[in-house]
Write a protein that binds this ligand. Structure first.
Ligand SMILES: Cc1ncc(COP(=O)(O)O)c(C=O)c1O
Length: 394
């Protein structure tokens, strides 16, 4: 008699993360220029670190409100009013942990085992893995690459066609990782319309909302969704405030879920780290100048990459409108993972392989791509790109 396996097949089958596979080869090695992760080389600013230190010194080390300390939720509400001109009810704002946990919590609200989540691709692989972890099957919808116009395009008919009887949610990142593609206001309205008509939720990942080059911030679902829409709008302190290691973000949830979000936060994590939340209060109340600094740094990085791509005859890209990634196509490249590993070994520079962003293991459309994060000091970025150029021209 065979003994049944209590571990879910979806968990046993979680694919290895290709970015981790590359970064494992040299994480922390000072000789390697790491452009593989989505983070700047800047340490979190002192005014944020000091607030967290002060919280520790004041003994803020106990259990607290699982959905976030009231001071932080109010500060997020005020910041949203300042940046978006709209004021979500405080009972819709939940600080359950970092954006990744916000995404997982939103998924928990929508999907049961066997349900589907349409994921707009190319997308950071952790999202599909989170869907699989809660029992859902990701259904991939890739943006079309319009080479002639030099842009990524969302085909709304294909989006609607990807929705089946078991689809419960659409995951869409705007600005996106790795493409930096941004939804327009009209597209946001159209996606909302589809979600209302077809009875599917939207998980809108807006962690790069303020890292935007064509205006103060990217168009947002906050501009168009009502409190009754089944829309979860996720944001994070990780990117705009250089706080990746703090693990703090928030989600604006549909109003009818206010009780449920608090309860889910209890069962998932019983709240985000309390002294990190006090750092986040300082970030969001006093950090607008720092965001401007980050955008300037990213804008300069984008220009450096633009010149670099233009100088190399094998490279092309769609210049991103937001976020801080260059998703670069390398003419003739057929194995992005092997090439990224080779870059670590021989050129001492770390990038994320296109394979990580593919629509499943059999999709080869991203094999020619490399993703790098340009939110770096100009010197470091130029050195890293120079090493990539040497490897390409070897
Ligand atoms: C689209 C997207 N969502 C979420 C995250 C994770 O954010 P956090 O650090 O707050 O979990 C990232 C990080 O790279 C991301 O690119």
């Amino acid at each position: 008699m065979t003994v049944r396996d209590p571990i879910r097949p979806a968990i046993l089958n979680l694919a290895p993360n290709a970015i981790a596979e590359v970064s494992r080869m040299g994480l922390g090695d000072p000789d390697i220029i790491p452009l593989w992760f989505g983070e700047t080389d800047l340490v979190t600013p002192a005014f944020i670190r000091d607030a967290a230190k002060q919280a520790l010194d004041e003994g803020k080390t106990f259990y607290t409100f699982a959905g976030g300390i009231p001071q932080l939720r109010s500060a997020i509400q005020a910041w949203t009013t300042r940046w978006y001109g709209t004021t979500p009810d405080i009972n819709r704002i939940w600080v359950v942990g970092a954006a990744m946990l916000c995404v997982t919590t939103a998924l928990q609200c929508c999907v049961e085992t066997g349900d589907e989540v349409v994921v707009v691709m190319p997308m950071w692989p952790n999202i599909s893995q989170a869907a699989q972890a809660v029992g859902a099957t990701p259904v991939y919808l890739r943006l079309d690459h319009d080479a002639a116009a030099g842009r990524w395009v969302l085909d709304l008919d294909k989006l609607e066609a990807a929705i089946g009887p078991r689809t419960k949610a659409i995951f869409i990142g705007t600005p996106g990782n790795p493409t930096g593609w941004v939804l327009s206001d009209q597209e946001i309205q159209a996606v909302l319309e589809i979600s209302r008509r077809r009875g599917v939720a939207i998980i809108a990942d807006e962690v790069y909302s303020t890292l935007y080059y064509a205006g103060k911030r990217a168009p947002s679902f906050l501009d168009h969704a009502t409190e009754d829409d089944n829309v979860f709008i996720v944001n994070s302190f990780s990117k705009a405030w250089a706080m990746t290691g703090w693990r703090i973000g928030w989600v604006v949830a549909p109003s009818r879920l206010s009780q449920a979000m608090a309860q889910l936060s209890v069962s998932n994590n019983t709240g985000a780290t309390v002294f990190a939340q006090w750092g986040a209060v300082s970030a969001i109340e006093r950090g607008d100048d720092f965001i401007a600094e980050m955008v300037a740094r990213c804008r300069a990085g984008r220009e450096i990459v633009r010149d670099f791509v233009a100088s190399q005859n094998r490279l092309s890209w769609v210049e991103p409108d937001g976020a801080f990634y260059a998703y670069i196509a390398v003419d003739g490249l057929t194995d992005s993972l092997a090439f990224a590993k080779d870059l670590v070994r021989t050129a001492r520079v770390g990038v994320a392989p296109g394979r990580a962003f593919a629509c499943g293991p059999n999709d080869t459309r991203d094999e020619a791509y490399l993703r790098l994060c340009f939110a770096q000091s100009p010197e470091r970025l130029k050195t890293g790109l120079g090493r990539i150029a040497d490897a390409l021209n070897r």
